[in-house]
Ligand binder design. Sequence first.
Ligand code: NAD
Length: 272
Amino acid sequence: MSTDTPRIAIVGVAGRMGRTLVAAVEQDAQTRLAAGIVEPQSSLKGADIGELAGQGKLGISAVDSLASAVDDFDVLIDFTTPRVTLGNLAFCAEHGKGIVIGTTGLGDDELAELNDYRDRVPMVFAPNMSVGVNLTLKLLETAARALGDEGYDIEVIEAHHRHKVDAPSGTALKMGEVVAESLGRSLKEHGVFERVGQSGPRSDKEIGFATVRAGDIVGEHTVLFATEGERIEITHKASSRMTFAKGAVRAARWVSEQPAGRYDMQDVLGLK
Ligand code: NAD
């Protein structure tokens, strides 16, 4: 798939990320906003997506199915829910579209289903599209290799707004995976997601997770490496959804030039 100025459709265009994505595509000279999709039977069907996003009239009316926009776009940007995303992936495979997936909270079966499409669709799938977070993943790899087996306890702490539906965040899990992989540990075996009551002392190899949900926090992640005498904290704080949206638009541009495959932001940013 290759196209000079990729035409972008945004599904979930009335959502928190959807509205921010409208602004991000509008600000990007190398992509063109082509369609916005709301939930089936949504009362927002027919609304101007620019007005929905507080960007003024853009002359693009929201539709309530991908089929209604099939001839209008090259790449779909999808920040919705796991089941909706998998349906959209099937649509993109069938119609030769690229897709950028920001949706988090996919279970093991859903991830397996997503992987089944890797030979049929160019897709970027990343729990966090921000450039800063993806650089942070690189820093974590280095820190984990240097410290993880030298008596440093590793904990991942994340905070998000009160409306977030999955926990821990996809980004926190990704950070845990990067650290675990760098140390040859399995996150399934060593991840600790709950401590309550007489939970006992921590083991050397566990990677603990703690979740905060409050107010309007956009997204904060800290990975802590602590030992007797010192601790290192690697922190990323997002202060605006625009950072995720800009990353997603960059991914959309990039994926429009790629053959079928499952890619992540490290591929998009050339960090591999
Ligand atoms: P949100 O609830 O504000 O938005 C989701 C939108 O999807 C809603 O407007 C809903 O109406 C719409 N939707 C649901 N079913 C649909 C359907 N069948 N067709 C069309 N639209 C449909 O949520 P949000 O805060 O925007 O987050 C959405 C997802 O993106 C979550 O999984 C979140 O964790 C993830 N997220 C990822 C990143 C990243 O960088 N990868 C950043 C922020 C959020």
